[in-house]
Design a binder for this molecule. Sequence first.
Ligand code: PFF
Length: 445
Amino acid sequence: MSERAVFATRIGAIAATVGSAVGLGNIWRFPYEAGQHGGGAFLLIYLACVLVMGIPVIVAEFVIGRASRKNVCGALRALSPWRGLHFFGYLCVLASLMIMSFYSVVCGWILEYIMQAVRGGMTGHTSQQNAEMFAQFVQNPWRSVMWTILFLLLNYLILRRGLKRGIERLSNVLMPLLAVLLLAFCLNSLFMPQVWQGLSFLFTPDFSQISPRMVVGAMGQAFFSLSVGLSCLLTYASYFKENDSLLRNATMVAVFDTLVAILAGVMIFPAVFSYGVAPEAGPKLIFEVLPSIFQQMPVGGLWAVMFFALLFVAAITSTISVSEASIAFFCEEWGMSRNRASLLNTVVSMIFGSLCALSFGVMSGFTIAGKTLFELFDYVASNVFLPVGGMFFCIFVGWLLDRKLVKDQLTNHGTLSPRMLKPLIFCVRYVAPAAILAVFLYGIL
Ligand code: PFF
């Protein structure tokens, strides 16, 4: 992009940013992480992380992005009082490629499930058969690699069309529709036999479940779900208009993202207990549970197609934003055309994505530190890179950036009320970096 784009409308900017945050992180990752870490206690710590770390990091990224109107490296170079800090941007690009790689595998699973739903391939299945179907599918090297590659091709087609036309139009229409559908499924779950067991698993904290692993996991989940720490929101904010309110946009992202995660929990857990699936089943959790949910609904096949299709849209608005961070970098730092940058992003993701897809089958024996490539990319990107990135952005804005510049960005040069400014800057300077550090230390010690 030689002349920098801005989002055409305020709603478009919010929808695209919320679209980045709301994705598989909320509907696929949150339920399985909560399931593995004891439900209610995980939710509580997760919410604390969103509040204490997530929101300050969103604000920090927004300030850097809009003040510089550049990609992460360019922004750090332009705003930093010290030389060399822009190298941190390379880490963000690396993290974004890692996330793209494992995320597109799950997007591929969704494509397979859309196809199965259209063909009626899940009708009449017992929960046991649903579990077998998933296992057979992910172990098949050709199918899972093919869907991963197909997904990345679709992602590429949208990326190539540029910012406004591609991303904005898609998010404006389909995100609200997903919310409506999710609400309908939650209502449906409230009529399941084990509804109370499911809801109390999700909402009653059992404090004995709190462990270093769980707290690090909740922090990683908060960062992953909010899309923070990777410069993705920074890049989007570089396309915001001068009169957009950064604080309002940040609140919108946090509120919508959290609501969708909780709704996903309300939809999944009553079903988990009603169909006798283990809550700690891991990444396959929703793929085993959802088909059973659809089955007991009238015209279940139709619901299944709609749900997986919308989940696909939620996922692709997130992958577009992850890709956008590295594409802005390739274009502005390495002088590539948008088309070439999108292609580079796609090819690298295809290579590593295929390896991640094979982690469930032929490459399941290939592990590093006890984790398959898929698990490793997910774990390292979410639990290490994103929180480190978040801490960096907070310290950068809180301690290195000119105070007046920060204030101008947050109040739109004095036109917005500075009421929340002081507590917010306090959180960016002290609370968020200290909390992230504390969680890391708790995790290691
Ligand atoms: N927040 C997205 C989700 O919940 O699915 C995933 C994601 C997007 C993570 C962008 C990180 C990121 F930078």
